[in-house]
Design a protein around this ligand. Structure first.
Ligand SMILES: Cc1cc2nc3c(=O)[nH]c(=O)nc-3n(C[C@H](O)[C@H](O)[C@H](O)COP(=O)(O)OP(=O)(O)OC[C@H]3O[C@@H](n4cnc5c(N)ncnc54)[C@H](O)[C@@H]3O)c2cc1C
Ligand code: SF4
Ligand code: SF4
Length: 653
């Protein structure tokens, strides 16, 4: 074999603490190395041209590049080899930036360590075999999970591009949190006026099939060919017949059911249509509160329904859909603020959450858009907003910033003044974070034009003052003194956490999630809407707190990724897959059990059970090969032989 070694300076990133010329000199003595050099930026166009030239000139049949992380540039250099006529898998990378230059300052030690890592790569490359990807067909349908503004945007962009879209929404209507909002910052335009038409477009688009009140039950397959099981939850109403007239809701005597759309502040019914603009506008029975379903009595809705749509015998149903790509857009939930005992812990009716306040402000809300406090329906004159409730607070394990609370608090202070001109808003804040376009100006308007009193400091205590109001006691850290404000209403700017059951969904989709349950992007800078599973993309606040413009932008970005993926005639599978040596396999089935991707099945070979790898499903994680007691499964490109050669190379002193 004739190997070429290229040691990259990465500007001063590597060269600053590694003598790259010395590394290439040492490498030129390694077995089968025919050419070694150092280069300024191996990944740049001249850098790659230099590699191609050297391959031709020195008749190289394998290349090692010692540079930065393969996550970033392995694909770049594989393409370079292909352009030079070599098999792209006759390539190895030594990461001498993250593993050497960035973690130590001792130039001599770094140089020796870099040379050792290059030796490992050379030893592995000597045992590489050319690999060829297989081509397979793409199912050009996309699944969008979550019908908030991000999912809606992704679905409409895909559908407008001619793709067939399956949307799964767990609530009985799409719209997500934005449908609950009154107006939106920084333009203070009506939320339902901008979202409503988009929701209608989803319902009417010939390319979109909406499964509301449904959840993803299981996902198998691989990019281009996913099989999805969807659970359509029992609604006890036949949605094909239901016209959304609302007669049933009027007559339902069960009034203790939680009204989740109104964030529990509006009256609830066991049968419910969330709001007049709901999509789909269909009734759903909450089985836990329906008198007929719990006690066998009532049935008022069945009697009044002019469409004969009530169906108490309805059961959950599982349906299957085949898609080629998935967009996860499951959004966020609000932090459970009741853990904050000092703010009333859910005991005082006039301490409410920011989203409850949106419902009070909204014309479609329980008070018809009149701001009335829950305890006695009185119009509040002093409204105190407390920011960072469940955000930037290690004591409740929410150290991160929830991103948009500063902004929606300013909006709510503005709207409060619009609704009640003789009111005063007080905002307790830690910092004001308003980095978006026109955001800083917006918070200033709240203070300067609308007279919101901003107080920098934390609130220590909220308690009833004995006269029907609340006392808010806190610190003003700018004035360095304690303040007490008599409040008619307290609004908590509660923080954001991942949507309920996000980790379970992530596991079904085989994507990563962080310790708070938010889905992880493929790369924090360069792959913000991809995941580590090919064909699964992210949009909106499921990845972390994001306001509406950012959620919409990412919805479009995810759609463009899907459209790009589907624009290829065929997809290529990664050939670094597991391979079973049928003679060694004893059919114990351990690999079948351990493969996290379900990529190994048991097969019958002349009456004997054997393992068989489904290559298109295999993700090349290698768990099977380390599990197999017989050493019967090897991972192509990472065989035991290659890994041991690397270990020997590093342990030779
Ligand atoms: C009080 C308040 C005021 C706000 N005001 C503004 C504002 O004025 N301007 C602004 O830019 N932003 C505002 N925001 C932020 C805004 O709500 C978010 O930016 C936006 O809702 C994010 O959209 P999304 O689609 O990512 O998530 P969501 O709106 O949360 O939508 C996610 C959807 O996915 C569904 N879902 C969840 N899990 C599943 C599952 N497993 N299967 C199927 N479906 C699932 C949910 O039911 C939901 O419909 C405000 C937020 C709050 C709390
Ligand atoms: S009465 Fe019947 S048709 Fe009307 S909303 Fe209720 S279930 Fe639907
Ligand atoms: S390498 Fe093995 S365990 Fe990993 S995905 Fe492939 S078959 Fe499954």
């Amino acid at each position: 074999m004739r190997i070429g070694v290229f040691v990259c300076h990465c500007g001063s990133n590597i060269e600053g603490t590694v003598d790259t010329a010395e590394v290439s000199r040492i490498a030129s003595d390694y077995p089968e190395v025919a050419f070694a050099t150092d280069t300024m930026y191996a990944c740049s166009e001249p850098g790659q041209d230099g590699i191609i030239e050297a391959i031709g000139e020195h008749k190289l049949d394998g290349v090692v590049v010692a540079s930065c992380t393969p996550r970033m540039h392995e694909a770049t250099f594989r393409n370079t080899l292909e352009r030079a006529g070599l098999n792209p898998y006759m390539f190895e990378m030594a990461n001498i930036r993250e593993h050497v230059s960035w973690i130590g300052k001792d130039r001599e030690a770094n140089t020796n360590k870099a040379a050792d890592l290059v030796r490992m790569a050379v030893e592995k490359l000597r045992r590489n075999r050319p690999l060829t990807p297989k081509e397979f067909d793409i199912n050009r349908r996309v699944l969008v999970i979550g019908g908030g503004v991000a999912g809606i945007q992704a679905a409409l962009d895909c559908a407008d591009a001619g793709l067939e879209v399956i949307m799964v929404e767990r609530e009985s209507t799409i719209g997500g949190k934005m449908a609950k909002l009154d107006k939106t910052f920084p333009t203070v335009d009506c939320s339902s006026c901008i979202l409503g038409p988009r929701m209608v477009e989803v319902a009417q688009h010939p390319n979109i099939t909406l499964h509301a009140y449904s959840e993803v039950d299981g996902v198998s397959g691989y990019v281009g060919n996913f099989s999805v099981k969807i659970k359509k939850k029992a609604r006890y109403v036949d949605w094909n017949k239901c016209t959304g007239c609302g007669e049933c809701v009027e007559k339902c005597p069960s009034r203790k059911a939680p009204n989740t759309f109104d964030e529990l502040i509006g009256p609830g019914r066991a049968i419910n249509i969330p709001f007049p603009q709901a999509i789909p506008k269909k009734a759903t029975i909450n089985a836990d509160y329906c008198i007929r379903l719990t006690k066998g009595k009532c049935g008022a809705c069945e009697k009044v329904c002019p469409a004969g749509a009530i169906d108490f015998d309805q059961q959950d149903e599982i349906i299957s859909e085949e898609v080629g790509a998935v967009v996860a857009a499951t959004g966020y939930d609000l932090f459970d603020w009741t853990v904050y005992e000092e703010y009333g812990g859910g005991r005082y009716p006039d301490v409410i959450t920011s989203l409850q306040y949106e419902r009070l402000l909204s014309a479609s809300g329980p008070t018809g858009g009149h701001v009335k406090r829950p305890s006695d329906g009185k119009e509040p004159k002093n409204v105190v907003f407390i920011q960072c409730v469940g955000s930037r607070d290690k004591s409740v394990d929410r150290p991160y910033c929830s991103g948009f609370c500063c902004m929606y608090t300013a909006k709510q202070a503005i709207l409060t003044k619009d609704h009640i001109p003789d009111s005063t808003s007080y905002v307790f804040y830690m910092d004001i974070r308003a980095p978006g376009k026109l955001y800083d100006e917006f918070t200033r308007r709240a203070m300067e034009e609308y007279g919101a009193q901003y107080i920098r400091g934390r609130v220590g205590m909220v308690y009833p003052d004995g006269k029907g109001n609340l006392t808010v006691r806190g610190a003003d850290t700018l004035l360095g003194k304690q303040v007490e404000i008599q409040a008619d209403l307290v609004v908590l700017a509660v923080g954001v956490e991942s949507a309920k059951n996000s980790p379970q969904l992530a596991e079904k989709l085989r994507i990563s999630y962080d310790k708070y349950g938010f889905f992880m992007e493929g790369h924090p800078k360069l792959k913000p809407c991809e995941t580590n599973t090919a064909g699964v993309y992210l949009a909106g606040a499921c990845q972390g707190p994001k306001d509406i413009p950012a959620s919409v932008a990412q919805g479009s970005a995810a759609a463009s990724k899907v459209i790009g993926l589907f624009s290829k005639k065929k997809l290529k599978s990664d050939p670094q897959t597991a391979l079973v040596d049928i003679k060694r396999c004893i059919g114990c089935g351990k690999c079948v059990l351990t493969c996290p991707f379900g990529a190994i099945k048991e097969t019958d070979f002349r009456g004997q059970p054997k393992a068989e790898v489904i290559e298109t499903v295999c993700q090349g994680c290698g768990i099977c090969s380390s599990t197999c007691p017989q050493g019967a499964i090897q991972l192509r490109h990472f065989t035991d032989n290659q890994i041991l050669a690397e270990v020997e190379a590093i342990c030779r002193f």
